[in-house]
Design a protein around this ligand. Structure first.
Ligand code: SF4
Ligand code: SF4
Length: 86
C-alpha cells in the first residue's frame, strides 16, 4: 500500500493531519507527508477533506492482476480487508 501526496498540489492546510484517525500524516515544510502509511485503515476521510485533491492511495497489485490500482472503491476495499488493523 502506498499513500501518495502530490506535493505540487498540497497547500499545506493540515486538514488531513488533523482529520486522520490513525495519525498517518505530518506536515513537513508546509507539505503533508504520509509518515505512517501502514496505519491507514482505508476510511477515505482524507480524500474527502483535502481541498486540493492531493492525496492518492494505491493498493499493491498481485502478479497478473491488470486491474486499476488507483483509488477506486472496489480496489480500496480489497486492500483494507487485507490490511485492516485489529
Ligand atoms: S484513508 Fe483514513 S486512515 Fe487512511 S490516511 Fe486517510 S484518513 Fe487516515
Ligand atoms: S488536506 Fe490536502 S492540501 Fe491540506 S495538507 Fe493535506 S494533502 Fe495538503
Amino acid at each position: 500500500m502506498e499513500i501518495h501526496v502530490d506535493k505540487d498540489a498540497c497547500v499545506g492546510c493540515g486538514l488531513c493531519v488533523k482529520d486522520c484517525p490513525m495519525h498517518v500524516y505530518e506536515l513537513q515544510d508546509n507539505v503533508s507527508v504520509a509518515v505512517r502509511p501502514n496505519n491507514c485503515m482505508g476510511c477515505l476521510s482524507c480524500h474527502e477533506i483535502c481541498p486540493a485533491q492531493a492525496l492518492e492511495h494505491r493498493a499493491s497489485t498481485p502478479p497478473g492482476d491488470t486491474t486499476s490500482t488507483s483509488r477506486s472503491v472496489k480496489c480500496f476495499g480489497r486492500w483494507s480487508d487485507e490490511r485492516r488493523i485489529h
